[in-house]
Design a protein around this ligand. Sequence first.
Ligand SMILES: [Zn+2]
Length: 553
Amino acid sequence: MTPDLIIINGRLITFDNHNPAASALAIHGGRIAAIGETSNIRNMAGPNTRIIDAGENTVLPGFIDSHVHLFGGSVELDYLNLYGVYGLDALTAKVQAWSKTYPDDPIIFAIQADYNIIAPDHHTSRHDLDKAIPDRAFAMFAADHHTIWANTKALEAAGLLNGGVVDKGAEIVMASDGTASGELREPAAYAPMLRLTRYGGRDLIGLVTGRDPEPAATAAERILDADAIARGFKHCASHGITSLHNMDGNTYTLELLKALEARGDLLCRTEIPFHFKNCDTIDRFAEAEMMRQAFTGDMVWCNRVKMFVDGVVESSTALMLEKYPGLDTFGDAVFDENLFRQACVEADRRGFQISVHAIGDLAIRQTLDAYELARKTNGIRDSRHRVEHIEVLHPDDLPRFKELGVVASIQPGHAPFGVYFASEAVNRMLHPQQIPTAFAWQDIRNSGAPVIFSTDWPVIPIDVMPNVKSAVAPKAMPAPWRDQRQTLYNTLESYTVMNAWVEFNEDRKGKLRQGMMADIAVMSHNLETMNPDELDQARAQTTICDGRVTYQA
Ligand SMILES: [Zn+2]
């Protein structure tokens, strides 16, 4: 056997207890064929073997981002990005410049707007945005994707200026004069706005309804959409990523990925879930069954059900056990609790893995309760059900993850002590007694629960290393916040081994071991000897998925 490719002179982190460190490996036919020392592996090379010299830098299993929105993240690479933009003047300058560059877009669409973009504690209104641009439709997404703000032209174009009827948990916020204020909360409220964008909102249908586009996408639209996702895959591969777990889905997305696989543009293995909504009935799980049966490959597959039970803390839509400080609300229950419990029991009965977005302490409790009910009803099995985000956890629920075998799915970069968000935004939305177990990564890890890491791209960039830095070298926060920093080893493990485990692929990927899938990241630095504060400067140098080089710096 002559290897297709060898990597030499690396500092390998194998996550294999029998062989924790090595300096080289060989790949043949999409699998790791051998692993060992550079001198031995080099001798295996034939005339056609590609040789990658890692330059004494870290080599590890390809990163698996276990919570992303691939289609949305991909199209957003092309939208106006407002990250770090504050104040009306700065916003106006950005939007006006964009407007000149793209004079023909039916709407100017921006992303990554801060809840306080105009001024601290100021609720952005359509009138604010009219000052930035009065004569063209303009709308902007909050980084968390739970809110869109729109100007008057955009609200008119979307037919929302005078309000409308929306689902439970969503809101077209109305001003005292009876017109829309410009703030649209949750997908059911902002979906009409998305239909005005370049991609007609098809990128977010898997999130908004979990159904296929209606009317069905034309052949030209399919190519436009597939091309956008192809660019998204390139972007992911450039960060050392080799697998993705998507957190919204429909058959249409699966079909686009199969088309990309056929044309050689599927650069990351991708799991797409069936998205069950609060307006669905239990019989819709027949559709999940069809998706699971139709898509079973190593590159594209469906084996999971996704649900949302609440919103986010910043817009006071995360569901809490007590009212928000100074506000007359517990947040928004997205689901009727009975339907949610029934859905969990049915998904579990059919053998699906379940992942539920739950941020507030009540939302997390309801999710754990539903998983517990599923175990009681269907019996205990190796279900690996997941709770996504777990931002504000009641201490009583901390031991329940381990007890129920539930996986903690965490995004280090989302924390107020991560690299992206201002510390105050969450702080003022929480009571002091909620803070000690908020974003309690290390407490959860210490409890013995499985912990997996991800970004929730495009909520934050998909870039791996800033997210790693958020975990390993978090910002210092005043009491009652507690230090939840992670070791580098645990962080990388939660990004590779554990993410492979959670998708039931622990015997096939997530470790550098003979026979495993050749999904590998070669980094620009030796991560183990870097100053933790500088970890975000490291990048992928080479990415390999299925034995094929998908990125080379
Ligand atoms: Zn998400």
